[in-house]
Structures are given as structure tokens and as C-alpha cells.
Design a protein around this ligand. Structure first.
Ligand SMILES: NC(=O)C1=CN([C@@H]2O[C@H](COP(=O)(O)OP(=O)(O)OC[C@H]3O[C@@H](n4cnc5c(N)ncnc54)[C@H](O)[C@@H]3O)[C@@H](O)[C@H]2O)C=CC1
Ligand SMILES: N[C@@H](CC=O)C(=O)O
Length: 581
């Protein structure tokens, strides 16, 4: 199956510095969650292209040498974005212009793209959810680096999208195209909902590169101009021009109570404080107020003034959203339920809770009200539940086979390398993969809970779920090595499928041949193979455990809730403080 592809272009108004990479990651993740593979086309960080032009002009007048030096700006932002995606658990790869077969001809600094190896990019997208491609840069027929004119990343994005028959979204620092620059004519300029290429060209080349617009117009190519995190966009196509009925989205921030600051909670906090324009953390609930807590990536300590030990702050504090990362059923079940009853939204990674008897009370908030979200409960950073649910809606799901527990996979991998069980488990715990009590991981319970959530997404809530579970307890390094010697690999695999009104799930050890997709999962990786109702197979992979993949997935839910709330205009009805809940 060819998943649909979207080309996202991140200009230097969005990626001003390395500190803006998380915004791009959230936006890319949003598309992956919605079932698309992504080609991210990037510009250099703000100011870098000018700087590099000045540097190179001072030492050479050769236009190709200059182009090669200037292209280093896109290479820097592109490789850094790809690395940051991988660190966050997203299967991503940097593909430079040469590898992408992006050829151009004409003036070395003002070249016109003429061809691209679209088949190769499609092939790469079978293996990776995201490819990062430098904008503005191509190769001429002699293999020399050339540039596509200032603002040329727009042209790269449109050219790549055209060749791959993909949707294209140019991401800027404004939520669409305005009749004049909204930064100058504040509150007066109107935003277009739809805009013809012709009008876009007459508005001027400040927001979209004119050559890119001409390319789109001559190929009848429609595309969107939008900003990150937004529901709004301007569609640029044949027209007619149309002003937007809703000129701007609300900019009201979400007030957040964060329950738990362990492995996952601290990662979530680090994400939230990067976006003070979107989130206000009003309270964080911990067990020990005095424990030092540092966010290394932001180089700051967690402010003690925001800490409390009272989990009921989730209900008594004036807040819109509760993020639960405590784990377990007690007190998480009562608190989450009460917070939902009091009008808060809840995002949680707690599969033990969602797969428990609490589901009877919680399900309505997830389904009809969309105020309970738990994507991170399965697959860490891999959008498993969204993908399974989407396939279930469009043609059904026949079977799911998956590696769902990062800790067990990490240990089995280590055993094959003759590391003993205890040492491997200690490493998994130190890396933040294991549950607070790793027993649930080792006996297969954690994988079984995830399999149950997958079964619900695939076959509906009402099917009777029969489950048989065996874990990896007792497996030894010599046993794993013996299996390896036979050319097989030991994996803890969950399989679920429907038979009549029953859904059967089995979690147990398998000896897989090397060619099996699941056999390739390394360390804490999760791999999921979904056999769709139409016979096609959909494969997903990525980091299934750990702080950053899990936090990214939680933030995916948070951003989704924020967008849905803005769309529904619920901003005005934020619940107030409740005293004595
Ligand atoms: N670590 C991972 O890779 C993943 C974890 N999850 C889930 O995320 C949740 C959190 O996991 P981790 O962060 O790894 O666990 P953790 O044990 O590192 O963090 C939990 C934190 O909550 C605090 N806490 C627990 N009960 C509390 C209470 N009553 N009052 C105040 N503080 C309390 C603990 O002191 C601890 O700091 C769990 O539900 C887990 O299953 C989901 C996906 C991946
Ligand atoms: N303990 C879990 C954490 C993620 O869900 C695992 O190891 O997979």
C-alpha cells in the first residue's frame, strides 16, 4: 500500500534557530498521526543564507563554489531536523538533493528544477515515516550544486509534491495569505481562505516565492499556506478569491495541570514550556517536593512554586487540561474520572488505566466528547491506535501482529548479545523504558494491555476479548544465542484477530526468521504489522518507550485537543476553579 504523502515546507520564519525544531517535529508528527508519510523540505535557519553568501563571496567568484557553500545552510538545518526526529522516536532520514535526484538547469543561483527521482523517494518512504530534504538546492547535469533563487525552498517543496502527486503545505509564521502584510497593517488586513495564483502573484513575492507560484500556476497545482499548530490555511489554486469568515484563531492558552514528573512527565513539561504562547502550566503534582528536578535540554530547574503533592489539584485548580503521567490505577482512576466530570480534558499514557475496569466509566469521554486521549498508551511515539482506527474505518482490519513492549525487546536484543538478563533489565530501567514495577513488562501484561487497546480500535469496544499471555521471564542469554545461531530471533509478539463475535489476542515468544518485519526491531523499538480488510499490509515502526517518544505522543494528543477546542469555539467556556471537589 502507498500511504498518502504530504510535503511540508519549513521556512526560516518557522525554523529561525535550532530551538524551533520542536515546532517542526510536532507538525510533522501531526501528519504522521493522521496516516501520512511526510517529506519535510527545509530552509536554512534565519540569517544563515545571507551570512554564507557574504562569506563565500569574500573568497571566490565561482558561482558553483558559492552555491555549494551556501547550500551548507540547508544541510545543517535538514540534518539537525532529521536527527531530532530520530531522537524523538520518529523513523526519519535526511536525503540530500543528489540522493533525491533533484536536477536543475539554468543560472547557478537561479536554476529551474527539471527532474527528481520520485520512485526512489517513494521507496524510502516505505521504510521511513519522514524524509527531510533540503530546500533551495539542486544539482546540475554535471553534478554541481546549484540554487533555485532566494526563497527557493517554496519551489523545491512544490516541485517535489508535483512529482510525487502529493499534497503540499508551505508553513510560514502567518496562518495564511493576507491582502497585505498583517505584521504591518495589524488587525486590518484580511486573510484569504482561498486565493488564485494570479492574485497571489499580484500581492507580491514576500510570502511565496514568485517562481514557485508561477510553477504551481503553470502546472495547475494547488497548495496551502499555513502556520504550525493551526486549523487555518489559505488554499492557493485557480480561485476564485475568497476572504476567510474566521479571520484568526483564538490565541487563548491552555491551562495545564501535570500529574507526575517521572520519566514521561518531565519530558512533557520540557515540551510545554517551549510553547508559552500555547500552554500555561498551572500546577505539577509530585510525591517529593524537595527532589531536585532539572530539564537538561532547556538548562533549567523545575520551579518549586508550581509543585504540589495533592493529586486533587487536577480538579481544584482552574485548568483546561490534565496530563496524567502517574501510572497505575490508584489514584489515577479516580482523579482522571473526576477531572473529566468537571469539564477538563485529560491526556494520559496510562495503558493500565485505559485497559482496566475504569474504561466503562471513561469511554464516553474518549468517544463522543473527545476530551480523553491516550495515544501514548500504545507504541510510545508510534501512532499505532490512530493508524489502526483509520484502517478500521476504511475497509476494516483483519489482523494485527506487533512488538509492543520496549523493555522486553530491549532485553531480548541484549540476551542475543550474551548480556545477562539482570544487567539488561537494569539498563532498560535506567533508560526509562520499564514500568515502575517491571513485573508487568516481563510477564507480558504491558504488551497484553496494549494489544487490548489495539483490538478495541480495530474491532470495536463490544467484541468479547479473549487473551492468552506469556512473557519473557526465564529466558536466558544462552537460549537466545542458540536461537540466533539457527538464523532466527526471539521476539515477544502480540497477535490479535477476530473470529465471529470474539476477538482473540495472544502475547507470547516467537522464533522469527530474519526476513520477518518484526524480527528487525532493535532495542526499545516497537514494530506493528496490520493486515487490512482489503488484504493490504501496513507497517509501522519507531521507538516504543522512553521519555522523548512518549512525550512527543502525549503532545500530539495535546495539540490535537487544542485544535479541536479552537475549532469548536470552546475556548470561551474554560472550566473555572472548583473549591472542595
Ligand atoms: N516510560 C515509558 O517509556 C512509557 C510510559 N508510559 C506510561 O506513562 C506513565 C508514566 O510512566 P513513567 O514516567 O515511566 O513512570 P515514572 O515512575 O518514571 O513516573 C511516575 C511519576 O509519578 C509520580 N507519582 C506516582 N503516584 C503519585 C502520586 N499519588 N502523587 C504524586 N506523584 C505520584 C512518581 O513519583 C513518579 O515520579 C505510566 O502510566 C506508564 O505506563 C507509557 C508509554 C511509555
Ligand atoms: N514499559 C513500557 C513503556 C512503554 O509503553 C515498555 O517497555 O514498552
Amino acid at each position: 500500500m502507498h500511504p498518502s504523502i504530504v510535503v511540508l515546507k519549513f521556512g526560516s520564519s518557522v525554523l529561525q534557530t535550532e530551538a524551533d525544531l520542536p515546532q517542526a517535529i510536532d507538525e510533522i508528527y501531526r501528519e504522521w498521526r493522521e496516516g501520512r508519510r511526510v517529506i519535510a523540505v527545509v530552509s536554512a535557519f534565519a540569517g544563515v543564507t545571507d551570512q554564507r553568501f557574504a562569506q563565500t563571496r569574500a573568497v571566490t567568484s565561482d558561482l558553483h563554489e558559492q552555491a555549494a557553500w551556501v547550500a551548507g545552510g540547508e544541510e545543517e538545518s535538514g540534518t539537525k531536523l532529521a536527527a531530532a526526529l530520530v531522537a524523538n522516536g520518529v523513523s526519519a532520514r535526511y536525503v540530500d538533493a543528489r540522493e533525491a535526484g533533484l536536477r536543475a538547469h539554468g543560472e547557478p543561483h537561479e536554476s529551474t528544477p527539471v527532474s527528481l527521482n520520485a520512485a526512489y523517494l517513494r521507496e524510502c518512504l516505505q521504510e521511513h515515516a519522514v524524509l527531510v530534504v533540503p530546500g533551495f538546492v539542486a544539482q546540475d547535469i554535471q553534478g554541481r550544486t546549484v540554487l533555485l533563487g532566494r526563497g527557493g525552498s517554496d519551489l523545491t517543496a512544490l516541485f517535489v509534491a508535483k512529482n510525487l502527486d502529493a499534497r503540499c503545505r508551505l508553513l510560514k509564521d502567518v496562518d495564511g495569505v493576507y491582502e497585505s502584510d498583517p505584521a504591518v497593517v495589524e488587525n486590518h488586513a484580511q486573510r484569504f481562505n482561498r486565493l488564485s495564483w494570479r492574485t497571489a502573484l499580484s500581492i507580491g513575492g514576500k510570502i511565496i516565492q514568485p517562481r514557485a507560484l508561477q510553477f504551481a500556476q503553470s502546472h495547475g497545482q494547488s497548495f496551502e499556506v499555513a502556520c504550525v499548530d493551526s486549523n487555518l490555511a489559505t488554499l492557493v489554486d485557480a480561485g476564485p478569491d475568497e476572504f476567510a469568515a474566521v479571520p484568526h484563531e483564538s490565541t487563548q492558552r491552555l491551562r495545564v495541570v501535570l500529574l507526575g514528573l517521572g520519566t514521561v512527565g518531565l519530558g512533557v513539561y520540557a515540551h510545554l514550556i517551549r510553547r508559552p504562547d500555547l500552554f500555561e502550566v498551572v500546577r505539577m503534582v509530585v510525591r517529593d517536593l524537595d527532589k531536585p528536578r532539572r530539564i537538561e535540554v532547556a538548562n533549567l530547574d523545575v520551579p518549586k512554586s508550581l509543585l504540589s503533592t495533592d493529586v486533587w489539584d487536577a480538579v481544584t485548580q482552574p485548568a483546561d487540561l490534565v496530563i496524567e503521567t502517574l501510572g497505575g490505577l490508584d489514584p489515577a482512576g479516580d482523579v482522571v474520572h473526576a477531572a473529566l466530570l468537571r469539564g477538563r480534558a485529560v491526556v494520559t499514557a496510562n495503558k493500565a488505566l485505559i485497559a482496566s475496569r475504569w474504561w466503562d466509566k471513561l469511554s464516553r469521554f474518549a468517544a463522543s466528547e473527545r476530551r480523553l486521549k491516550f495515544s501514548a498508551a500504545v507504541g510510545g511515539g508510534v501512532p499505532v491506535l490512530e493508524t489502526v482506527a483509520a484502517l478500521a474505518r476504511h475497509g476494516g482490519v483483519a489482523q494485527v501482529r506487533a512488538i509492543l513492549n520496549g523493555t522486553c525487546n530491549f532485553i531480548l536484543d541484549a540476551l542475543e548479545q550474551r548480556i545477562d538478563f539482570g544487567t539488561a533489565l537494569a539498563q532498560a530501567q535506567a533508560n526509562g523504558f520499564a514500568e515502575a514495577d517491571p513485573h508487568d513488562d516481563l510477564v507480558g501484561l504491558d504488551a497484553a494491555r496494549k494489544l487490548e487497546l489495539i483490538a478495541r480500535a480495530a474491532f470495536g469496544d463490544s467484541s468479547h476479548f479473549e487473551l492468552s499471555v506469556r512473557g519473557i521471564d526465564g529466558v536466558t542469554a544462552s537460549q537466545a544465542a542458540l536461537v540466533r545461531e539457527e538464523g532466527l530471533t526471539l521476539k515477544l509478539v502480540g497477535v490479535c484477530e477476530r473470529s465471529g463475535a470474539h476477538v482473540r489476542g495472544v502475547v507470547k515468544l516467537h522464533e522469527l526468521p530474519a526476513g520477518d518485519f518484526l524480527a528487525g526491531a532493535r532495542a526499545e523499538e516497537n514494530r506493528i504489522e496490520i493486515l487490512a480488510g482489503n488484504g493490504e499490509t501496513v507497517r509501522l515502526s519507531g521507538k516504543g518507550a522512553g521519555r522523548w517518544p512518549t512525550a512527543l505522543s502525549i503532545l500530539g494528543d495535546v495539540h490535537e485537543y487544542l485544535r479541536e477546542r479552537r475549532l469548536a469555539g470552546r475556548d470561551e467556556q474554560a472550566p473555572a476553579a472548583v473549591v472542595n471537589a
